[in-house]
Every structure is written in C-alpha cells, then in structure tokens.
Design a protein around this ligand. Structure first.
Ligand code: FEC
Length: 309
C-alpha cells in the first residue's frame, strides 16, 4: 500500500535580498511593488539581523520534526512534502512531487492554526485544484486553534514570558498580556469568516490556562493597501495602554507559529521601541517553532483528517 502524503503548507520567504522583488510581486498577485514599497520591505529584512530569512530554516525544521513525530505515532505510514504560498517550492510543486512519487492519497495542513477564507482557505484551494488535476485524493486540516496541546504549549510560553517581563521591567505594575495576529482586510466580515472568533477563542483559553486575568486582543502587520484592515493595530493599542497607566506588556502572537519578519521586525523592533518611547517594557513569548507539543498537535490533527479520505 502506498504511503499517505502530507502536504505541509507555509507562507514562504525570499531566498536572498535579490529575490525580495519577485516574492513581493507574488504576494501582490503579480503586481510589482513601487520602488518605495520595495525599499521599505528590503529595509525590514535588513533590520532583522542583517537580511536573514529565518522562516525558511524554521519551516524546513518544522517539516522534518513533523515527519519524525508521524513516524513515531504511525511508523511507515506518512511522508511529508513542503508547499509554500509565495516562494519555491510552491504549493503546486509540493503536490506535483507527491504525484511523481506515486502518492494517491494525501492530507494537507497549514502552519497557521486559525482558518480564514483569505489565509488557510486559499492554501487549500490551490492544493485541492492541483491534486484534482493529478488524481490525488486529499483531505485537509482546516484549523487546530483549540487543540489541547497547542493551548498547553502557548500557556507555558505566556507563563515564562510573564516571568521574563517581571525581571526586565523591575517588577513594574500593572501588566497586560496582548494576544495578536496578522490583520486582514475588514471585508472578511462580509463572508462570516471565522478568523476573528477563532483567534479570540485561542486567546481566551490560553489566558485561562496561564492564569491571566488582564489580557486583550490586538491586530498587527496590516498590509500596505488602500482598503481598511482589521484594527486596532498594536501600535495604537500600546498608546491606549499607556494612557491607562499600563507599565509592562507581554505580546503573545498566537496567530503565528514561527520566528519570521512579522514577529522579529513588527514586534521585536517596531512595537518594542514604540513601547519604550512610551515608558513601557515590552516582551514577547517565544515562538513555537519545533516545540514537541506543537509537533504533536500537527501530527494528531493529520491522523484525524486522514479518516476523511
Ligand atoms: O518572514 C517572512 O519572510 C515572511 C513573513 C510573513 C508571514 C505572513 C503571514 C501572513 N500574511 C497574511 C496575510 C497577508 C495579506 C497581505 C500580506 C502581505 C505581506 C507582505 C509581506 C508579508 N505579508 Fe503576509 N506574512 C508575511 C510577510 N500578508 C512581506 C507584503 C508587504 C507588507 O505588507 O508587509 C497583503 C497582500 C496584498 O498586498 O494584497 C492579506 C496572513 C498571514 C498569517 C497566516 C499565514 O501564515 O498564512 C493572514 C509569516
């Protein structure tokens, strides 16, 4: 019997500084960015430790660790492939590789826990279209935002983060936990998109498990387009918290699972310096990356989705 393919999908990142324009053009559905937009994005990648692209190594590591975890739970049954949304190997490349290897049944999963028609929904559409063309039967994990092991891993990180914040702020009070995720255009509300509710559900559960009473949710990393995006943005939220007298902030970007630009630049550089200018201390929880509990979350969700094949 042939093995079950696992298409592990992630956002993708440029391969080099020279590749940023092609990457940005792909994100913009074939429209090249203006020279100003390109310079701005290049500047952000350069600011994160001199132009590195940590998402690639992190995604590679996550896929390798997931393969090991599946091997432990179901020896010889699953084989992982990578498919990226905006960089090589693209989602379609991953599906083509499965077909070339003789895979006839596969499960797809995205390295993002919350479902939106504009995020996970588009990954699935592309994978499904290519799989149909090549005769591969696929089922998909659409979300895993309330998986108990994911919640446990995040709650542990919030507890650790609060300890770090107590040290770096010299015990200053009061402290607020800010859960965050990538903003999306406000128009997702017109289609009753579950994204916002799922993010709030994760935040609520993680706060409860970490024993945090004082928390709120905020958006980050809104795109540079003309239409309205979900807000408030974290930079506005920091202003408000400062007006309320908050002294310490722990950011928990629960919509992301990896160290990458939106975390290392938007939070660690931009939000941290904005908080410092307001006289507040800001810390961030460690990202999940290859956390064993996260790997178990993915593996168990895949094994569950295989039942729908
Ligand atoms: O480290 C890296 O190289 C990549 C970091 C990265 C991640 C990421 C995740 C998400 N995005 C989502 C939605 C959008 C929408 C647009 C958009 C634009 C960008 C740009 C960059 C970028 N995103 Fe991203 N995103 C990452 C990086 N994203 C760079 C372009 C410049 C900019 O605006 O900063 C707007 C597209 C348009 O122009 O129409 C929408 C969502 C996620 C989280 C879920 C997921 O991982 O898929 C949602 C990581």
């Amino acid at each position: 019997m042939s093995r079950i393919g696992v298409l592990v999908m992630s956002y993708g990142t440029p391969q080099s500084l020279d590749d940023i324009e092609a990457y940005y053009t792909h994100i913009r559905r074939g429209n090249a960015p203006t020279p100003e937009m390109l310079a701005d994005l290049k500047g952000r990648y350069e600011a994160i430790v001199g132009g590195v692209f940590p998402l690639r190594a992190n995604t590679d590591g996550q896929v390798a660790s997931l393969q090991d975890k599946l091997e432990q739970l179901a020896p010889g049954q699953y084989v992982c492939y990578q498919g990226l949304k905006h960089a090589v190997p693209y989602i379609e490349d991953g599906v083509q590789q499965m077909a070339a290897d003789g895979i006839v049944e596969a499960v797809g999963i995205v390295l993002a826990p919350h479902y939106s028609t504009m995020s996970v929904g588009t990954y699935i559409k592309r994978a499904q279209a290519q799989a149909e063309e090549l005769g591969i039967r696929m089922s998909f994990v659409e979300q895993y935002h309330l998986h108990p092991k994911l919640l446990q891993a995040l709650a542990e990180r919030v507890k650790d983060g609060l300890e770090r914040l107590a040290v770096s702020s010299g015990g200053a009070e009061p402290v607020k936990v800010l859960f965050s995720a990538h903003s999306l255009p406000v128009r997702i509300r017109e289609v009753n998109d579950p994204y916002e509710e799922q993010l709030l559900a994760t935040s609520r559960e993680v706060a409860a498990q970490a024993g945090v009473a004082d928390w709120q949710f905020t958006w980050q990393s809104a795109g540079r387009t003309r239409e309205p995006w979900l807000g408030p943005d974290i930079l506005e939220t920091l202003q408000e918290l400062n007006e309320e007298g908050v002294k310490g902030v722990l950011v928990a970007p629960v919509g992301f699972v990896s160290d990458h630009l939106e975390v290392l630049y938007d939070l660690d550089l931009e939000a941290k310096s904005a908080a410092a200018k307001l006289g507040m201390t800001l810390e961030r929880i460690a990202m999940l990356n290859r956390d064993p509990l996260y790997m178990e979350t993915l593996a168990e969700s895949i094994i569950e989705a295989k039942r729908d094949l």
